[in-house]
Design a binder for this molecule. Structure first.
Ligand code: SF4
Length: 231
């Protein structure tokens, strides 16, 4: 269905763009390859991260990673959205999901939403050295491992797992620092290359980091300390 011919044409209210940028699909790759969508404007949500399923409305762990266009600073609003004009900065080349989305008629977006999604492997596996680093990072800092430690902490007492959890977080921070300082990676690429920093996303497990006397430790929210299962 051609969105221009939809009985419910877009009203340009901007709500969709303010809710967050699109996930990218194989059809969007030419725009990344030729820089119309620069890689520094992307971020990765890795497998196992909990995200809101826009169609079902629930928080669910991702079964496969997705690559999205970043938000603006501390808001989810898509980086390419201009609030003043209510316009898209890359409208002529906007990604597949943006072309398919009509909030009053969701049939097209539902048809493409979880198909042909791009992953880092599609875009970065050919980059010498970097892909090995990403694979190593995934082995040591994946969300399944983190989730298992958090669950074990709930059942065995959090202190038994605190060291292991902090170790995962430290390695994540170390790899990011090293890749920028020694490897020369543009720091704006980090959230695309390694996903969002674990010290930020750890909140999804009801845990926060706190610095005491210069040393990081886990600050546990009531949900975790009450020894409730992660739901
Ligand atoms: S790429 Fe353009 S149309 Fe798509 S969410 Fe961003 S501003 Fe909106």
């Amino acid at each position: 269905m051609n969105p221009e011919r939809s009985p419910y044409p877009c009203q340009r209210c901007g709500t969709c763009c303010e809710k967050g940028g699109p996930s990218l699909h194989r059809e969007d790759r030419p725009m990344i390859d030729d820089g119309r969508i620069p890689a520094r404007c992307l971020f990765t949500i890795r497998r196992g991260e909990r995200v809101r399923d826009n169609l079902k409305g629930d928080l669910v762990p991702l079964t496969e990673e997705i690559i999205k266009i970043k938000g603006c600073a501390d808001r989810w609003t898509c980086l390419f959205y201009d609030r003043a004009t209510r316009g898209c900065g890359i409208y002529a080349h906007r990604p597949l999901e943006c072309r398919a989305l009509n909030c009053r008629d969701t049939r097209r977006i539902e048809a493409v939403y979880d198909k042909t999604r791009l992953a880092r492997q599609d875009l970065l596996s050919g980059v010498n050295g970097l892909w090995d680093l990403i694979e190593d990072h995934e082995r040591r800092c994946n969300y399944e491992a983190l989730h298992a430690r958090v669950e074990a902490g709930i059942h065995e007492g959090r202190l038994k797992q605190e060291k292991a959890i902090l170790e995962i977080l430290r390695f994540d921070a170390h790899v990011r620092r090293l890749t920028v300082e020694k490897g020369g990676l543009d720091s704006r690429m980090l959230d695309f290359v390694f996903g969002r920093p674990l010290c930020d996303t750890i909140k999804m497990f009801d845990i926060e980091l706190a610095k005491k006397n210069g040393v990081y430790e886990l600050a546990v929210t009531p949900a975790f300390s009450r020894e409730q299962p992660i739901g």
